[in-house]
Design a protein around this ligand. Structure first.
Ligand SMILES: [Zn+2]
Length: 466
């Protein structure tokens, strides 16, 4: 087997590859580069199927968690549910900073009366303010016929349309809406990750935030308010892993798939969200090889939405995890109960999230590959026919990994680990024929997401004529 150090020498010696090479990069760091981190493996192994099940049963016991439901009952409705989520995450230990992210929302759209909306957020401070989010929504909805009836009707109507307005909008909307999969599953996953990350003893580079949104069923209201606040306060959210409907492996058509998970990511093809989806596929696939990540090159399913889109709309990288085979008859319906959950499947999805979030939070920030004007730092120098890549050094990086692929198709095809350098030349590689990217790697081998070299869209100047 080739030692890491030998690999570095070998890479430098590949004919036709001339790298601006720093031979003083720490050898120990190079040897470790690319290896899986046993601490992340241990964190993933500590995810408990039993705890996920217990959280789901507790969430179901509130009978409804509709954003417009009762807040006064100690045992039923969204008021009791959010207080329990808050107290439960607080019980995970002193490292977690648990808070209500509260907003007063006036009547608008599907919000039929003024309500106080509360997201529940647990922050695990890291060494830097860079933030990685894991999210779900704890609010629920149910209406006659549920999502099954909405899908079966051929008419092109909005499947997330609100139920008919109650006769008296000031009366709490307290009809039974258990929402165990939608989105108890994403809520339980988020809470369980808050527990295992905060109890892991790992000192993370990035700050992690575990957020259970409300108001999703009224149009991503809680996520939109939180994302807007983060944008206003310039909170550097680097990635959002949103989980919504991730606990069932049996399609309503009878097809079962408990071994894959879909990850939706908006374009264009080298957008930060697509880079995040590729990252989840790469690192989820390494730490949890038995669970296949299926990136989806679109924002979400047809006619459906999720909280990641609220972050996308403000320019944050965010992806949506969705089970591979949905049972629409249980969604937005009184039948969305614990019986519809596969705990082994939910636990696998939690492990993939954990692998991606932990790797991101331990890795250096992704390299900056553009200049101040947003132009990619890629040229054909020195021969005029080469691929000449430059990037800004990422704090904490001891090496960089260059990726490339044919300028057609979504997946990276080749990669090359280089030393602690900020440029590389690949001779006779025509930059017009490939997409290039670069990731930062730290001393323990944690790798950032890949920054791709893409040209910004050109502004069109109107042509005048006489
Ligand atoms: Zn949902």
């Amino acid at each position: 087997m080739m030692m890491r150090r030998d690999f570095f020498r070998a890479a430098a010696a590949i004919p036709g590859v001339s790298l601006v090479f720093n031979t003083t990069a720490p050898a120990a760091a190079q040897e470790a580069a690319g290896d899986l981190d046993p601490r992340i493996g241990k964190l993933i192994a500590s995810i408990s199927q039993e705890r996920l099940g217990a959280i789901l049963k507790k969430l179901e016991s509130f009978e409804t968690r509709n954003t417009l439901s009762s807040v006064d009952s100690p045992a039923r409705g969204i008021g009791a549910a959010r207080q329990w989520i808050f107290d439960e995450m607080k019980s995970y230990g002193a490292r977690l900073q648990v808070a209500f992210d509260s907003h007063r929302v006036p009547k608008q759209g599907r919000i039929t009366r003024e309500v106080e909306l509360r997201n529940v957020i647990a922050v695990l401070p890291g060494r830097t303010p860079r933030r990685i989010y894991v999210s779900g929504h704890y609010d629920t909805t149910a209406r006659p016929g549920g999502q099954g009836a909405a899908n079966a009707s051929g008419a092109p109507r909005d499947p997330d349309a609100p139920p008919p307005a109650p006769a008296e909008p000031n009366v709490p909307l307290d009809n039974l809406a258990p929402g165990v999969n939608d989105d108890g599953s994403g809520t339980a996953l988020t809470m369980e990750l808050a527990r295992v990350f905060s109890q892991s003893g790992i000192d993370f580079e990035a700050t992690l935030a575990f957020i259970c949104h409300a108001g999703e069923e009224q149009g991503l209201i809680g996520a939109r308010l939180h994302a807007q606040q983060a944008a206003d306060r310039r909170i550097p959210i680097e990635a959002v892993l949103n989980n919504d409907i991730v606990g069932n492996d049996r399609g309503g058509n009878g097809i079962v798939d408990g071994a894959t998970i879909r990850v939706y990511a908006e374009g264009p093809e080298d957008s930060p969200s697509r880079a995040l989806a590729r990252f989840v596929q790469r690192w989820g696939g390494r730490y949890v090889p038995s669970h296949r990540v299926r990136p989806m090159a679109r924002p979400d399913r047809f006619g459906r939405g999720g909280d990641h889109s609220a972050y996308n709309q403000l320019g944050f990288a965010a992806v949506g995890f969705r089970e591979s085979r949905e049972n629409f008859t249980r969604q937005h319906d009184v039948r969305d109960t614990f019986e519809g959950i596969s705990l082994p499947y939910l636990a696998q999805n939690a492990r993939v999230n954990a692998a991606a979030a932990a790797t991101l939070a331990l890795a250096p920030p992704p390299p900056i590959v553009v200049n101040e004007r947003g132009q990619p730092l890629i040229t054909r120098a020195p021969s005029g026919y080469d691929a000449n890549l430059r990037w800004a050094a990422s704090p904490g990086a001891v090496a960089y990994r260059i990726f490339w692929r044919e300028a057609w198709g979504p997946d990276w095809q080749h990669d090359l680990l280089v030393g602690n350098v900020t440029s590389a030349v690949l001779p006779n590689m025509q930059i017009d024929d490939y997409v290039f990217g670069v990731a930062a790697v730290d001393a323990a081998g944690h790798e950032s997401s890949v920054s791709a070299y893409v040209s910004p869209p050109r502004a069109s100047t109107p042509v005048t004529e006489l």
